[in-house]
Design a protein around this ligand. Structure first.
Ligand code: FAD
Length: 428
């Protein structure tokens, strides 16, 4: 191995780990991917997401005034954002920071600017990755239509649109006539829409598997197993510890999504990370055809055409990593889709529907954690991507590879540091 080449263990093979492995190989490092599950499998958030890749995803979930709705979130188990009573005590430290991060327009503005810095060229980065991995067909350029029942519903959400505009998103307004000629199958109760350009990944699970295959063709190896911790000596990483023994390495990357908190223990940082559980329903052989991906602002959910059918994604459920899925939430998504298009039947046979639940790895401020661990700079964090993990994975991988190669990162990693949560020791 050349002096500057490192043996890097990338822990976790979701979209973030997959993209990171490729960027590390590009820099000439030796890469081992450590993953206990099936690559591209449905245990990971990267399998079942909405696939939307767009620089418009800069608005965090927590915005001024949200706290007023918290009692409603506790009372309505099927609303678009739900907090489980049972898990409330454990969630309080995260929840407090979540509400605080969105408590003023200035704070939300800073968050949007940090996210925007990260994802401004997300579509180009994905296009390059998909071409290299020989799966360009999995990405499609399309419009994201935010549909509203009436224009005043759009006006009522002025802050979000102002943040998008300030951070480089452009859009077209569509009146009822333009909307119905673009999407004739949509219920005419939607009379106004905003069209934002972007890309969609039509099969995120397959995409992850293709990226990992590509990494393996370039020399990465896969090790099946679960990381348990790190062996560190005098501040330098010696090995990643797994249930089946140690993996000796020079650097380790924690790309374990919502499961990352356990691995951070002992690395000198206090990280606030919870699973924001989300769901999808897939309706096979739909009776309707969509040209765009549609985001329903009244239902807070999105609908995308995928090779297996219409995928309806949404819901934010604050529970725990271990809580059982509440499939009624996925049924809510399905029923919304059946009602939003008059051409769809009112009920579906079981054979035409599938459901999924996944864990968004969410920080309270909606900003991912990227950068070196405080107690051991050889361990690099790459997790906490919440609602924007598909979009931000390639640039995250790039930043991580540049940190490991001791190059100046293409984006200042300052806003993504784990130190922002207040913990942190100086690297030794
Ligand atoms: C319903 C829904 C819709 C979404 N829509 C979008 C969207 O339209 N656009 C967008 O940009 N984002 C979207 N997201 C968010 C996006 O899916 C996530 O941010 C992203 O998938 C996170 O990727 P990840 O690689 O960090 O985590 P994951 O995909 O969860 O992967 C983590 C991997 O780490 C592995 N792992 C865990 N623990 C260990 C361990 N100890 N050792 C080794 N491996 C381990 C797991 O097995 C898993 O494979 C959505 C999410 C949901 C739930």
């Amino acid at each position: 191995m050349h002096q500057s080449e490192r043996h890097v263990v990338v822990i976790g093979a979701g979209i973030v780990g997959a993209a990171t492995a490729i960027e590390l190989l590009r820099e000439g490092h030796q890469v081992t991917i450590l993953e206990p599950g099936e690559i591209g499998g449905d245990h990971a958030a990267s399998y079942g997401n909405g696939g939307w890749i767009s620089r418009s995803l800069v608005v965090p979930t927590s915005v001024p005034g949200l706290w007023r709705h918290v009692p409603g979130y506790l009372m309505d188990p099927l609303g678009p954002l739900t907090i489980h009573w049972r898990y409330l005590p454990g969630l309080l430290p995260w929840l407090w920071r979540f509400l605080h991060s969105g408590s003023t327009i200035e704070r939300v503005g800073r968050t949007a600017a940090a996210i925007s810095g990260l994802i401004s060229d997300c579509a180009e980065r994905h296009r390059k990755l998909a071409q290299e991995a020989d799966v360009p067909d999995l990405l499609q350029d399309t419009s994201l239509l935010h549909v509203f029942r009436k224009r005043s519903d759009f006006d009522a959400n002025a802050l979000a649109w102002r943040l998008r505009q300030q951070n480089g998103t452009t859009w077209r307004e569509l009146d009822q006539g333009q909307l119905s000629s673009l999407e004739p199958d949509l219920d005419p109760r939607y009379t106004f829409a905003i069209a934002v350009d972007g890309s969609v990944c039509v099969d995120p699970g397959r995409y992850v598997a293709a990226l990992v295959d590509h990494a393996c063709r370039r020399g990465a190896t896969i090790r099946k197993g679960r990381a348990r911790g790190f062996r560190i000596k005098s501040g330098r990483l010696q090995a990643v510890q797994t249930a089946d023994g140690e993996l000796a390495c020079d650097r380790g990357v924690i790309a374990t999504g919502a499961w990352s908190k356990e691995l951070v223990r002992g690395l000198g940082d206090r990280v606030f990370l919870e699973s924001e559980r989300g769901y999808h329903a897939v309706i096979q052989d739909p009776e309707i055809k969509l040209k765009s991906r549609i985001l329903f602002t009244d239902g807070k959910l999105a609908i995308t055409t995928t090779p297996s059918g219409l995928r309806v994604t949404g819901q934010v459920e604050l529970a725990s990593l271990r809580a059982k899925p509440n499939w009624t939430r996925a049924h809510v998504l399905r029923d919304f889709a059946l009602n939003a298009f008059p051409g769809m039947p009112k009920t579906l046979p079981h054979t035409r529907q599938t459901f999924w639940m996944g864990h968004r790895p969410s920080t309270p401020d909606g900003i991912p954690v990227i950068g070196s661990a405080s107690k051991c700079a050889d361990v690099i964090y790459a997790f906490g991507h919440g609602h924007i993990g598909m979009t931000a994975a390639p640039v995250t991988g790039r930043i991580v590879a540049e940190i490991i190669s001791e190059k100046t990162p293409c984006i200042d990693p300052g806003p993504f540091s784990a130190r922002r949560f207040g913990g942190g020791a100086h690297p030794q």
